[in-house]
Write a protein that binds this ligand. Structure first.
Ligand code: M6R
Length: 605
């Protein structure tokens, strides 16, 4: 996730762009930059670091011109370096672009451009856009059409804005599966990734549709369809929000905003560089022993991953809590050990200590992280980025669901590589993965209100049980972690089959027991466990398929879920539990964004 903004008008563009960049920083903050146009020349300043630091060093606000574009970056392709920071230019330096999204076919496009003698400076996917436009311009195509033709060549997602010395009072912009909004002003127009970047200049906004491109001048804006080039009308809407409300997209907390972002973040996580996924799959396949190492939520994702690797790829792996890795396995690891570390931040001290220990013993280290340039990306032989964008809430939400989806994707590539399951099973699983973002969208629409009511009941509880079998054990663990860290209610989780080996003695009248019961091979056993708990007075809350009448009748409180492949169920089934933790904290008067005693990244052992 990155933030983009553009201004064309009569005032100096740079101070306006700088203000907007500060507001867009929540979308990415590893580097930033701006391009302005003045006297037929494109001026560019960009660097790594936070917007404020870059401005102090480079004086972005003093850039000349009444037109410009700017970008704040959350790296997905290419490390956070000055060269990889946006804007990017063509070979002549007369076109500058900023881009948010992922160009999936950039390697092929880059090769084509290199064969045509283009000099590409960065390692980003975005830079190809400027060079493709240059190529069309060379052939005599005019700028708007060169832009459109370029967009038609791009696979993946983009919100892109462009300035060119050929057209000194015009910004071109377009979007596909990434947000982009026009701000309409008197004597100026703007374009930005979200309304927060526009609100101090104007409340009049045009919300572009997927597949729209726009041409902005100081006193006009026109919208066209990218596929046909035809002009279309898009209404101007008046946005009546304060900047503070808009920063959270109208949500009261970042956590709730991030929960609702999941259809988008999951779509982004499906767009992984397949070359890197394949590399991870190949290296995993070579290991004699494979450990999945993480802490907190990332450890819960590792548990889901071990079920996925086993059942989809027929590969045994051991999920390990990072702080226990050295004491438990340190003595037995060696050159034939592979460690797949999962860490949102890539900086968790317990994970890094385990990796350093393993590195000294010649193990192969692999990673899944949300943070380019993090220590994990430097120590890993190969890594995959989960593409969830920055997560501000201390509780991990969107990053968990993305991690599970990335692990599922790796498991599927491993299955292909190892030839252990039939082609039709691979195809079926793949098509379920593609459906995950829309299934999650559906869950968000249907469960929020019932969960709000349930939260009032849970907020009164002194202890909560959260149980699941098979891969649902990981869902239960994640639901429990969310509820405990946000509502401070002690919560007990174990694989449901363990109840009778001890924990059931805690159950007394009214104790809430949440069962994660997707329609899988454990359905009958789950029914047995639910009856066992009910017989001892538990208040049973069951998450199950909307068509399962037996479960519905049995449960004291039933949360209806849409159909999903059971092995992917941790993704949608975690959503009601995230909402439950959030609303329980709110009912109890706690701040879900800043739970007590916790920090976003735990960088001490
Ligand atoms: O950045 P990481 O994924 O390595 O962080 C691991 C944990 O510290 C993190 O998941 C933590 O447990 C969160 N508070 C969970 O919501």
């Amino acid at each position: 996730m990155c933030g983009i903004v553009g201004y064309v008008g009569t005032e100096n563009a740079a101070p306006i762009l700088l203000r907007a960049l500060r507001r867009l920083e929540y979308r990415g903050y590893d580097s930033a930059g701006a391009a302005t146009l003045y006297g037929g020349v494109v001026f560019i300043k960009k660097d790594t670091g936070r917007v404020e630091e870059i401005n102090a060093r480079l004086k972005l606000e003093s850039m000349p011109g009444a037109i410009g574009i700017a970008h704040t970056r959350w790296a997905t392709h290419g490390a956070p370096t000055t060269i990889n920071a946006h804007p990017h230019t063509d070979c002549t330096g007369s076109i500058a672009i900023v881009h948010n999204g992922v160009i999936e076919n950039y390697l092929a496009l880059k090769k084509e451009l290199l064969d045509l003698d283009h000099a590409l400076a960065s390692r980003t996917d975005s830079e190809v856009i400027a060079h493709l436009i240059e190529e069309y311009l060379k052939k005599g195509v005019e700028l708007k059409e060169a832009f459109r033709k370029t967009l038609l060549r791009l696979e993946g997602s983009y919100a892109v804005a462009l300035v060119s010395s050929q057209s000194p009072d015009t910004i071109l912009a377009a979007r596909r599966e990434a947000p982009l909004i026009i701000g309409v002003g008197k004597g100026f127009n703007m374009i930005a990734s979200d309304i927060t970047a526009l609100l101090d200049m104007t409340g009049e906004m045009v919300f572009l549709h997927d597949g729209d491109m726009a041409i902005l001048t100081p006193d006009s804006y026109r919208v066209y369809r990218i596929d046909t080039g035809e002009a279309v009308e898009r209404p101007v809407k008046t946005v009546d929000l304060t900047i503070e409300m808009a920063e959270k997209h109208g949500y009261p907390h970042f956590m709730l905003k991030e929960i609702f972002e999941q259809p988008e973040t999951l779509r982004n996580s499906l767009r992984l560089q397949i070359e890197y996924v394949d590399l991870l799959a190949e290296l995993l396949d070579k290991g004699r022993v494979i450990y999945l190492v993480g802490a907190g939520t990332s450890y819960n994702a590792c548990i889901a991953g071990s079920y996925l690797f086993s059942q989809i790829a027929r590969l045994s792996t051991f999920p390990v809590i990072a702080s226990e890795f050295i004491p438990n396995y340190g003595a037995s690891i060696g050159v034939d050990t592979v460690i797949l570390a999962v860490s949102q931040s890539g900086e968790t001290a317990d994970v890094l200590s385990a990796l350093e220990y393993a590195r000294m013993r010649a193990c192969t280290i692999l990673g899944i992280t949300n943070t380019v340039g993090s220590t994990l990306t430097r120590v890993a032989r190969a890594y995959v980025l989960q593409n969830s964008g920055p997560e501000i809430g201390v509780a991990a939400t969107k990053t968990f669901t993305s991690q599970v989806l990335v692990l599922a994707k790796i498991a599927l590539r491993l299955a292909r590589l190892r030839g252990k399951i039939a082609q039709y099973e691979i195809d079926e699983f793949n098509s379920w993965m593609e459906k995950v973002p829309s299934i999650v969208h559906d869950v968000l629409e249907r469960v929020e209100e019932p969960i709000k009511k349930l939260a009032e009941r849970i907020a009164e509880s002194r202890v909560v049980f959260m149980l699941g079998r098979g891969v649902s054990y990981s869902t239960a663990l994640e639901g429990r972690l969310k509820l405990m860290e946000l509502s401070y209610i002690p919560c007990i989780t174990y694989p449901a089959g363990e109840s009778k080996h001890g924990p059931i003695s805690v159950i007394e009248n009214g104790v809430p027991v949440v069962f994660i019961a997707p329609p899988d091979e454990y359905r009958k056993l789950n029914i047995g466990s639910i009856m066992e708990m009910k017989a001892r007075g538990a208040y049973t809350i069951v998450l199950g398929d909307s068509s399962d009448q037996d479960l519905k009748q049995l449960a004291d409180h039933y949360i209806e879920m849409p159909k999903i492949h059971p092995l992917l169920s941790p993704i949608p089934y975690t959503i009601p539990l995230q909402l439950l933790a959030y609303y329980t904290a709110v009912v109890k008067g706690y701040d879900p964004d800043k739970p007590r005693n916790l920090a976003k990244s735990i960088t001490v052992p």
